[in-house]
Ligand binder design. Structure first.
Ligand code: ATP
Length: 229
C-alpha cells in the first residue's frame, strides 16, 4: 500500500542558493513522522515544498495517492494538508471562535471539539486573538488547522519559545491527536517530546536526509552528531 505522503528526491533552491539536495520521506496513514535537524538544515523548506508554498526544483511529492505536482497551495490544503506554520499567525481582528469558524470545513472537527482538546480556547472564545498569550495563540493556530479536517497535520516548531507548562499542554494535545489516529508530520527540537509521539524520524543535514529510524534509536553519539544534544 502506498503511504499517505511520499516525498522522493526533493530538490529546492532560494534563487541561486540551493537548500535541498534530495530529500525523501514518507508518512503512513495514522502515523507520526518527526523531521529533525539543526537550524538551517532544510526542515521548513521541505515543508514549504510539501504544502506547495514553494516550488521544488526536482523530485516527486505524492499525497493521498495524488501527485501534488504543480498544484497551488490552496488546492493542496483542500486535499487535506493542514499546516501549522513556524511562528504564530491567527487573525488578529477576529475572536477565538471567529478564527476557528473561518477555517471550518465539513467533517469531524467542530468548534466544540477543538475546545475539548484545548479548554483554554473555550474560556477565551469571545476574546480577540491578539489578546491571547503566545501559547493560547499557538493552540488557536493548531485548532484552525484541525478545523479543516486535515488528513495530514503538519506542525513546524509548534512549541518554539513557549513556557514549559504551555508546551506540555500542547504536547499532550498532539499525543491525544496521534492516539485518535491523526497522521502527523512534526518538526521540533525536543527529542524527548518527539519520542512520545513519533513512529519514525528523519534527520536532515545540509538539505539531505542523512538518517531514518525510530526516535529511540536516535540517542547518544547520533543525537550529538545530528542534533547537537
Ligand atoms: P530552522 O530550524 O532554523 O527553521 P530549518 O531546518 O527549517 O531551520 P530552512 O529554514 O529550511 O531550515 O533553511 C534551509 C536553508 O535555506 C538555510 O541555509 C537557510 O539559510 C536557507 N533559506 C531559508 N529560507 C530562505 C529564504 N527565504 N531565502 C534564502 N535562503 C533561505
Amino acid at each position: 500500500m502506498s503511504a499517505l505522503l511520499e516525498v522522493e528526491d526533493l530538490h529546492a533552491a532560494y534563487g541561486a542558493s540551493q537548500a535541498l539536495f534530495g530529500v525523501s520521506l514518507r508518512v503512513e496513514e495514522g502515523q507520526a513522522l518527526a523531521l529533525m535537524g539543526r537550524n538551517g538544515m532544510g526542515k521548513t523548506t521541505t515543508i514549504a515544498c510539501i504544502t506547495r508554498m514553494m516550488a521544488a526544483k526536482a523530485g516527486r511529492i505524492s499525497f493521498a495517492g495524488r501527485d501534488l505536482g504543480r498544484l497551488p497551495s490552496h488546492k493542496a490544503a483542500r486535499l487535506g494538508l493542514g499546516l501549522v506554520p513556524e511562528g504564530r499567525r491567527a487573525f488578529a481582528g477576529l475572536t477565538v471562535r471567529e478564527n476557528l469558524m473561518a477555517a471550518a470545513r465539513k467533517g469531524e472537527w467542530s468548534f466544540e471539539k477543538v475546545c475539548e482538546l484545548f479548554p483554554r480556547l473555550a474560556e477565551r472564545a469571545g476574546q480577540r486573538a491578539e489578546t491571547l498569550s503566545g501559547g493560547e495563540q499557538q493552540m488557536l493556530v493548531i485548532g484552525r488547522a484541525l478545523m479543516t479536517n486535515p488528513r495530514l497535520l503538519i506542525l513546524d516548531e509548534a512549541t518554539e519559545g513557549l513556557a514549559p507548562v504551555v508546551r506540555a499542554e500542547i504536547w499532550a494535545a498532539i499525543r491525544e491527536l496521534k492516539a485518535r489516529g491523526q497522521s502527523i508530520l512534526v518538526v521540533d527540537k525536543s527529542l524527548r517530546e518527539l519520542a512520545t509521539v513519533a513512529d519514525d524520524c528523519v534527520v536532515l543535514e545540509r538539505g539531505r536526509d542523512v538518517w531514518h529510524g525510530a526516535p529511540a534509536a536516535l540517542s547518544g553519539d547520533l543525537a550529538q552528531r545530528y542534533l547537537g544534544v
